[in-house]
Ligand binder design. Sequence first.
Ligand SMILES: NC(=O)c1ccc[n+]([C@@H]2O[C@H](COP(=O)([O-])OP(=O)(O)OC[C@H]3O[C@@H](n4cnc5c(N)ncnc54)[C@H](O)[C@@H]3O)[C@@H](O)[C@H]2O)c1
Ligand SMILES: C[N+](C)(C)CC=O
Length: 505
Amino acid sequence: MAATSAIPRRGLFIGGGWREPSLGRRLPVVNPATEATIGDIPAATAEDVELAVSAARDAFGRDGGRHWSRAPGAVRAKYLKAIAAKIKDKKSYLALLETLDSGKPLDEAAGDMEDVAACFEYYADLAEALDGKQRAPISLPMENFESYVLKEPIGVVGLITPWNYPLLMATWKVAPALAAGCTAVLKPSELASLTCLELGGICAEIGLPPGVLNIITGLGTEAGAPLASHPHVDKIAFTGSTETGKRIMITASQMVKPVSLELGGKSPLIVFDDVDIDKAVEWAMFGCFANAGQVCSATSRLLLHEKIAKRFLDRLVAWAKSIKISDPLEEGCRLGSVVSEGQYQKIMKFISTARCEGATILYGGARPQHLKRGFFIEPTIITNVSTSMQIWREEVFGPVICIKEFRTECEAVELANDTHYGLAGAVISNDLERCERISKAIQSGIVWINCSQPCFVQAPWGGNKRSGFGRELGQWGLDNYLSVKQVTKYCSDEPYGWYRPPSKL
Ligand SMILES: NC(=O)c1ccc[n+]([C@@H]2O[C@H](COP(=O)([O-])OP(=O)(O)OC[C@H]3O[C@@H](n4cnc5c(N)ncnc54)[C@H](O)[C@@H]3O)[C@@H](O)[C@H]2O)c1
Ligand SMILES: C[N+](C)(C)CC=O
């Protein structure tokens, strides 16, 4: 079957079924590796948001919540496990769609699908465990009172997600939200929505109660903004750029609506002079060239100890030259295209500005000569960078690494923290005590020691500073969708005794 004939034509997934968008508009889907239009997705607007929120609200309260929001966790777990099983069955097909939509190598997309299934399974287990954690007693200093805590689903949640790991980033929100008993409206990125729409098909196949998950595709301004401002949405969980995150926060503040924000980054990787250079080079490459550098936590600022800088850069260039850049469907591809023409232009502009500001493009910086079509960019290594340059300060979200040297540990930490962002950081050294010191000193939500980027569903994920707040994954991911209620009981037979009783008639 030709790859493009695999693109299904979907509607919006609302109330358990497919609907055409109210205004009948659709957006083209462009394969960024070939520049060919391969399909289209529905363009939802405020009218569709209204329908989706209403379906989610009905599902939340249906029959007093007995079938979903107040059902035993084991009931919700059964659905989450069924979704995971379907994802595994359809892994190759979903990976193909993800690659055609986003340009990422097929191997990477297949790995993402495994992570998607694992995330649904993980939150199925947490949904089952939730009931056993209810009514946790609180120890009080007064014997005539007893208190316990209930964890309740927040309500209808709006989930707005980006294009770099389309189905995986959506799953990090959908799985815990559903496990908690919330009902949801998911708005994936207009640049890559195909696999999220397929998730709608899977929900229908496994018989998820209608309205529990609704999926609306469309532009941020037309579909995302009305979702964020909707008065019947109880929380917004957002992953995307810091600029959009700020807008969402302003909108949500009007209704004092809780938000969690997973935003951009400009993360450092510090490499000391006591390391195996080739091993460290591979982590540096994985940290900034995997997924064509379109990774929120990419370690795109490389800090090299001056004693190894020259040797390290020679090896980095040699390794970078050996990366297979090709159509992402080709076996062994390790660098596909970036997601869109807009992203391609944006990255190229960053590179040309770096050059104009006096930085050296040590390697790459252009379209690979053997690829005449598609939004491909060579892995790009930039040196002679000063801390005031745009390339040092701003998130590129492309296969571009910039490098500075340091002499002392103190200088390395200062350079690492010289950013408004605070998502991740990494250190490579054989001195583990030094690594521990640095992991405490780096101002970020995630620190990797002797590696960069590994990500586990059990461990918390999220940033500090302008990288956002709130944590996804692990138990923290479930807590994002639970509201904590204190229940306190007076349990003495005696009157309280604060007021004097009125005299009897
Ligand atoms: N911290 C993390 O875990 C994490 C993970 C992945 C990506 N990211 C960040 O995401 C960014 C790249 O993703 P992107 O380009 O899709 O980001 P983006 O902010 O452009 O878009 C993200 C989502 O927000 C929607 N949106 C846009 N404008 C909106 C508005 N006014 N109101 C409501 N919704 C709106 C978009 O349609 C999309 O669904 C990078 O900055 C990256 O670092 C962060
Ligand atoms: C969290 N991760 C690395 C899968 C995607 C961030 O962009």
